[in-house]
Structure formats: structure tokens, C-alpha cells
Design a protein around this ligand. Structure first.
Ligand code: GDP
Length: 298
């Protein structure tokens, strides 16, 4: 991911390498090229606009360091602005004062929620927590079994509907899981919810019902970083329909242009908290805006 963008940016930086100083025309040209590079990487237009406005005002402003040549100055500012649109600081989980901490996962079908649930549980366990995975995705065939397999690999318990009464009610399963967590002494509950292929009112209502029944400390919106321009409308729909407190980028290992990753923080106003980079449990980490920016700048 980001290979094309990285290459474009390094080409733009190289073109100003030999300049002793930048004229306003040089700055405008460079800003235009960066704008195009971001748009071609599928970054959402409002994000690009904000980025370029900030870049231009900083480069044209008083920030002239004698120690840096024009190329270094542009690279420094682009780096800092990338960190900014990616959220600045790393945001940690907001744990409940009174356990269990409830983490609800929301997102479209195929976004990577179930996989993420397993990864997050494994990561939390290594961090000294005792998570309980909750199978409240009763929509997708196999989601419950998939979660059980992941739970076993992560070495954590899973709470899934029993056959019989209430078996088909994800809201009931989610609600009951809190009592189970308390009974079993689990301090974090991770609720996997059902997605659909597209935005769908029934899915949103179910997510809201689960949210209302469990009062999550974190509602994490999982988004497939491979989706391009659709990222913005999907993120907005979940922000407005369910309310989210953080974002998880999945499939960052994929071969896409990366615009979703660069847009979602600005569009939702919520921090990117974790990144998923593969199908294995270990392909997961806390999201660091500065590391991601460095990766983009190569
Ligand atoms: P859900 O419908 O949101 O629960 O999505 P799943 O967790 O079932 O993931 C959908 C597909 O994407 C599965 O085949 C996963 O193995 C795959 N997947 C999930 N996360 C990642 C990731 O970070 N990288 C890659 N390459 N594949 C992933």
C-alpha cells in the first residue's frame, strides 16, 4: 500500500532538490503536484484540500529554517501534515473504571471485523487482560465458527448463542455476554457484530440496538483499507448511524492506493487506533500516525 503515492512524492521532492530557495511559483507548482498525487491515491477531496491549504500556508509563512534546504523543509512539513491527518498522537483504549470494558466492532461485511476480534483478543491477552469474544454476528454464515477458531488460536473464551431459545437474537447474545464476563471474571468484552455488503438500515438498527444494550466503552469502526472512494461515505454512515469512538484499518498489507487510510480520520473525526496487516493473529498493531507517515515518505 502507498507505493504509488510514495513514489510520486519522492519524485516531487527530487524536482526541487537543486533549488537554493523556493519562489511562490515553485511552491504553488509543488503544492499542485502533491494535490494531484493525493487525489490519485484516492484520498478524499476535503482531506486533500485541508492538507494543501495547510501545506501552502506553512511553506509560505515564516517557517524558514536556515538549517534545512527547500527540499528538506517541504519534506518536513509534508511529514508533519501527514501525521496530523492521520491523527497526531496514538490513541489508547479507553478502559472502563468498572470492568468489563466493552468494545463493540462495527463495519461492513468483509471489512475484517471477525478477524480483528481475534487479533484484538490475542493482543489484549498478551497485555495482561482476560478478554471474552462475543459472537453477535449471526448474519454471516460461519461467522460464529470463524470466531470460535480464532478464539482457540488466541487462547481466549468465546460467548456464542446456544441452540434453542434466543439463539437468533444478536442483541440478546450481546446483553447476556456482559453477565457471562462478570461471572467468569473477564475484564474486556469484544463484540463482533453483523455487517452487510453495503450500508443498510437494518444493519445500522441492529448495531444501535447492541450498542444500547451493552453501552460500549469503545465502538470501533473497522474499515477495509483497500476500498477507495467508498471509504468516505461508509465511514460517515457508521459515524452518523451508530456513533464510533475509534477506527481500525484492516488489510493495510493489501495492494491499494491507500486513500481510505488517509481520509478516514479527517472524515470521521475519530482516531485510528489499530492496524491490521494480514490474516494471521500477529498481523496487528497499535496505529502510530508518525510511523505511517514515515512509511509513506519512504
Ligand atoms: P467480517 O465480515 O468483517 O467479519 O470480515 P472477516 O474478518 O471475515 O474478513 C474478511 C476476509 O478478509 C477474510 O478472508 C479475512 O481472512 C480477510 N482479512 C481480514 N483482515 C485482513 C488483513 O488485515 N489483511 C488481509 N490480507 N486479509 C484480511
Amino acid at each position: 500500500m502507498f507505493d504509488a503515492l510514495s513514489e510520486r512524492l519522492s519524485g516531487i521532492f527530487a524536482s526541487i532538490r537543486s533549488k537554493g530557495r523556493l519562489t511562490d511559483a515553485d511552491i504553488d507548482k509543488t503544492a499542485r503536484e502533491i494535490r494531484l498525487a493525493l487525489l490519485e491515491a484516492d484520498v478524499a477531496l476535503p482531506v486533500v484540500k485541508a492538507f494543501i491549504a495547510q501545506l501552502k500556508s506553512r511553506v509560505k509563512g515564516t517557517e524558514v529554517s536556515q538549517a534545512l534546504n527547500p527540499e528538506q523543509q517541504i519534506v518536513k512539513i509534508v511529514n508533519e501534515e501527514l501525521v496530523e491527518i492521520l491523527g497526531g498522537e496514538t490513541r489508547r483504549i479507553n478502559y472502563a473504571k468498572q470492568p468489563p470494558t466493552v468494545i463493540m466492532l462495527a463495519g461492513l461485511q468483509g471489512a475484517g471485523k471477525t478477524t480483528l476480534a481475534g487479533k484484538l483478543a490475542s493482543w489484549l491477552k498478551k497485555d495482561g487482560h482476560s478478554p471474552l469474544l462475543v459472537a453477535a454476528d449471526l448474519q454471516r454464515l460461519n461467522a460464529v465458527d470463524q470466531l470460535k477458531v480464532l478464539a482457540e488460536r488466541a487462547g481466549v473464551d468465546v460467548y456464542a448463542p446456544e441452540a434453542g431459545s434466543g439463539a437468533g437474537d444478536p442483541v440478546q447474545v450481546a446483553r447476556d455476554s456482559l453477565a457471562e464476563a462478570e461471572r467468569a471474571g473477564r475484564d474486556v468484552v469484544i463484540i463482533d457484530t453483523a455487517g452487510r455488503l453495503g450500508i443498510d438500515e437494518e444493519m445500522m438498527q441492529q448495531a444501535r440496538d447492541i450498542r444500547d444494550a451493552t453501552k460500549p466503552d469503545e465502538t470501533l469502526f473497522v474499515i477495509d483499507a483497500m476500498i477507495g472512494q467508498d471509504a468516505v461515505s461508509t465511514a460517515e454512515a457508521f459515524r452518523d448511524g451508530v456513533g464510533i469512538s475509534g477506527v481500525v484499518l484492516s488489510k493495510l498489507d493489501g495492494d491499494a492506493r491507500g486513500g481510505a487510510a488517509l481520509s478516514v480520520r479527517h472524515v470521521t473525526g475519530q482516531p485510528i487506533m489499530f492496524a491490521s496487516t494480514g490474516e494471521k493473529l500477529a498481523d496487528f498493531d497499535v496505529f502510530h500516525p508518525d510511523r505511517m507517515a514515515s512509511r509513506i515518505l519512504g
